[in-house]
Design a protein around this ligand. Structure first.
Ligand code: UD1
Ligand code: CA
Length: 459
């Protein structure tokens, strides 16, 4: 196997989108990237992508080592698209052609297809499927003895041919040496006025070349995505696959249909995931974690034995045995140590919180370096913004920040420093000192009783 050509120049009109079709995502990854990744996993290192419509955008979104882009200025058909890669074709070996809009093709299937092609020493092999609704696809035309003789497109098909339920999946293997010759002989004499790659099958058959069709069992694998209904269908298939893969690797999904795990996420053994969880980007979750309902974790690293409940975590790291939530919000740059507790309605941003520290309820910890075994009381605000600039706060190990305090940055509370509840801290708190800053309390005897009596008399 020498090279893969992936066709991705088509406009994708039916997507009704400003974005090129192949950049639409399935489980968080552009369709084209799925195809490239699968091709690579199946053992092909060299990959040529034919781009055209929105080509620059595609190139920018998919920069991959070992992937070369060629441009097809005008979309004159799949055969024409392959011609654009002609100068890059190897002199011998095998060239695989795939479409950028069939993201569900699997590595094992591709490997089996490549083996089939090479073991049979075919000139051309075509991946096909037998489907209930062949409408729109090219039909596999076979002789009485079952040999492939051609492929007819929907728009060129006779009624009899339209009844054929074996369709062309749009994935091919060609003997490299023969491909160029066939490409140069393609014409656009058909219903769509396009250079059909599929016409090569008829030519090779006429010359008595060895050909074969490889029928996939799961027809969804070759499902082409042309509109958003099909995109959602592909998403559902991929989501199911991803869920099953993680379950088989030891992750419990309480309700797999209601968990959204993107393609590049990783999850450790014995982690339990509740309904409504969304795991996206390059998120990595360790072993033995609990991810409670309606949590969303994006591009974050969660170590082992962490508990997360109904919380949002973005571009952050969470250390072992830490507990987050319910209803916590870790914004980008939050770095939690081990056995930390971030409780309900706590927001953390661009802050590190050391091992064993706690912010159990209703706090904002922004732009801060918090040491180990610090206690942040209820309602504490790290005041990081003066309306113009942001400043950092440092709270050293074992400090205690009483409830409803404000730490006005830039400020430092040294280790074992103690901030009394309700204090607004603007000065450095030396190690072991107490900072109290609140109005002196007055007591007025009988005031409350008089007030209540008056209310009773009035009613
Ligand atoms: C094609 C096949 C059809 C097959 C189906 C499988 C042909 C003539 N027909 O039809 O037999 O059943 O795929 O999904 O090949 N593309 C380009 N440049 C072009 C035209 C298309 O790069 O000028 C790309 C598209 O971006 C797409 C792929 O080729 O990724 C297939 O093109 P599309 O127009 O979707 O072909 P189908 O009509 O689906
Ligand atoms: Ca298509």
């Amino acid at each position: 196997m020498n090279m893969a050509i992936i066709l991705a120049a088509g406009q994708g009109t039916r997507m009704k989108s400003r974005k090129p079709k192949v950049l639409h995502s399935v489980c968080g990854k552009p369709m084209l990237k799925h195809v490239i990744d699968t091709v690579k996993k199946a053992g092909l290192d060299s990959c040529v992508v034919v781009v055209g419509h929105g080509g620059d955008e595609v190139k920018e979104a998919i920069s991959e080592p070992g992937t070369v882009f060629v441009t097809q200025e005008q979309q004159l058909g799949t055969g024409h698209a392959v011609m654009m890669a002609e100068s890059l074709l190897p002199p011998e070996g095998t060239v695989a052609v795939l479409c950028g809009d069939t993201p569900l093709i699997r590595e094992e299937t591709l490997r089996a297809f490549f083996r089939f092609h090479e073991q049979n020493a075919n000139c051309v092999s075509v991946m096909s499927a037998v489907v209930d609704q062949p409408y729109g696809y090219g039909r596999m035309i076979k002789s009485a003895d079952g040999n492939l003789t051609g492929i007819v497109e929907e728009k060129d098909a006779s009624e009899e041919e339209k009844a054929i339920r074996e369709i062309n999946g749009g994935i091919y293997c060609f003997e490299a040496g023969a491909l160029s010759g066939y490409l140069s002989r393609l014409t656009a004499q058909n219903a769509q006025g396009e250079y059909y790659l599929t016409d090569i099958i008829g030519m090779a058959a006429a010359e008595g070349k060895k050909m074969g069709s490889f029928t996939v069992k799961e027809q969804e694998e070759i499902m082409g995505v042309n509109n958003r209904v099909q995109l959602a269908r592909a998403e559902a298939v991929m989501r199911k696959r991803i869920g099953e893969e993680w379950m088989l690797r030891g992750v419990t999904l309480i309700d797999p249909a209601n968990v959204y795990i993107e393609a590049d996420v990783e999850i450790g053994m014995d982690t339990v995931i509740y309904p409504g969880v969304i795991l996206t980007g390059k998120t990595r979750i360790g072993e033995g974690c609990l991810v409670g309902h309606n949590s969303r974790i994006q591009d974050s690293r969660i170590d082992d034995f962490v508990t997360i409940q109904s919380s949002t975590i973005i571009e952050s790291t969470v250390g072992e045995k830490t507990s987050v939530g319910p209803y916590a919000y870790l914004r980008p740059g939050s770095r939690l140590g081990k056995e930390v507790k971030i409780g309900d309605f706590v927001e953390v941003k661009n802050a590190s919180i050391g091992d064993g520290s706690k912010a159990s309820h209703l706090s904002y910890v922004g732009d801060a370096d918090v040491g180990e075994y610090v206690n942040i009381g209820c309602g504490v605000v790290f005041v990081n913004y003066d309306g113009i600039r942001k400043f950092r706060t440092t709270v050293e190990d074992h400090a205690f920040i009483g409830s409803n305090s404000n730490l006005v940055a830039p400020v430092v509370v040294e280790s074992y420093g103690y901030v009394a509840a309700g204090t607004t801290v603007t000065m450095r708190v030396p190690g072991g000192a107490l900072a109290v800053g609140r109005a002196k309390e007055r007591l007025i005897a009988g005031w409350g009783e008089r007030k209540m009596k008056k209310k009773e008399n009035e009613s």
